[in-house]
Design a protein around this ligand. Structure first.
Ligand SMILES: *Cc1c(COP(=O)(O)O)cnc(C)c1O
Length: 250
């Protein structure tokens, strides 16, 4: 089969999975947004997905944004950023049309982003990435520190917290995965109760190719899917998700 047929077929299959999970959870399918995680995926394949009606894409590395986004600019869509962001790459990232950074997990990064945005009087939505799986190597703020981080960031004028993001534990035991998503949902409740000015965490970005059903059952509003649509990636996820990058790139 051609790339185009495969991608279209895969998108339809994911949409059916979303619908089924929503029915099971008593939710409406249009409460769940499908975001395409496009790391390592070439421009041609991303364009096929955009033409098939997918509206949001996201990269993990500024390098890939730089390589791809100029060629995608003429195809209507929204860009998010979901990878570990080094503060010295913020300036470069902001040259591209990014609407939301989902991976903010420390104050220094938020502050630098805020400063950069203020130069052009620009505002940006951000999500706070939480490490719900308790794996030391993974990015994300520790759940116990999330509320105080959010209070701190809420004082910045040019970034607006609109959601929370997490990567569930990679495990065959669905209850372990579910625990991660429940934790994020509970955190959302706590933050809403805290009623912090300038903060509204209505978005819960959680669930990927392998665990999107569980995430939807636990309240995901955005699921981030790569493999189920574009196929297996050549690089291991540890290259993107953990601090051990240099060991895994070869
Ligand atoms: C790669 C990636 C995804 C998608 O993972 P798949 O298992 O390929 O669906 C989701 N979120 C983040 C942060 C990612 O890096």
């Amino acid at each position: 089969m051609e790339d185009q047929q495969i991608i279209i077929r895969n998108i339809e299959a994911v949409q059916r999975r979303i619908e089924k999970a929503c029915v099971k959870a008593g939710r409406c399918p249009n409460e769940v947004t499908l975001l395409l995680a496009t790391k390592t995926v070439p421009v041609e394949k991303i364009l096929i997905a955009l033409e098939s009606g997918c509206g949001i894409i996201a990269e993990n590395k500024v390098q890939e944004v730089r390589e791809k986004y100029t060629s995608l600019a003429h195809s209507p869509h929204v860009n998010h950023f979901i990878g570990h962001l080094q503060s010295n790459k913020i300036k470069d990232l902001l040259k591209y049309n990014i609407s939301c950074i989902q991976s903010i997990d420390n104050f220094e990064l938020a502050e630098k982003l805020d400063q950069r945005l203020s130069i052009t009087d620009r505002k940006m939505n951000i999500y706070i990435q939480v490490n719900t799986s308790d794996e030391e190597s993974k990015y994300g703020v520790h759940p116990a520190e999330a509320l105080s981080l959010i209070r701190q960031i809420s004082l910045l004028k040019n970034v607006q917290i609109t959601g929370l993001m997490t990567i569930g534990i990679l495990s065959n035991e669905s209850e372990k995965v579910r625990t991660c998503f429940k934790l994020l949902k509970n955190l959302q409740k706590q933050i809403i109760e805290a009623n912090i000015p300038n903060v509204s965490v209505r978005e819960l970005s959680m669930g990927m190719s392998g665990d999107l059903e569980i995430a939807i059952e636990e309240g995901a509003t955005t699921i981030r899917v790569g493999t189920a649509i574009f196929g297996q990636r050549p690089t291991p996820d540890s290259y993107y998700w953990t601090e051990y990058e240099s060991h895994n790139t070869q």
